[in-house]
Design a protein around this ligand. Sequence first.
Ligand SMILES: [Zn+2]
Ligand SMILES: [Zn+2]
Length: 133
Amino acid sequence: MAREVPASAGRAGSYLGVLEEIMDRGAHPTGDINDRLPIIPHETLGADCCGCLYVRRDGDQADIVCNECAAVIRTLPAADVEAAMLALAETDTICGARCTHCGALNTFPGFSSIEAFTCSECGEGVVVGTPLQ
Ligand SMILES: [Zn+2]
Ligand SMILES: [Zn+2]
């Protein structure tokens, strides 16, 4: 009864519509787990991909998949998937090293350490000696 919107209240009507859409989305059974999870770029796992990982539930099982390249990162019981995603998010394995030639900072997502690389700035090969503190 309170939902009745008079034709003259066009603006109020559209606000209600937006609100209802938001509430609908929140109640969506598959949308809800991804809303709680951190956004993990596929890149952080060392992939050359601009996508992000999300959880696809399939009954008792769940897949961690990439929304861009559709790679399945991991398949595991649905009950464990949230913990697995959080663990992935905490794996902050982005290694950085400075080029000894031009001083540019090069980053390597997915690596915890790097011994040698080619500088993305000047293209010179760099061998990393003692890690910077
Ligand atoms: Zn991907
Ligand atoms: Zn360089």
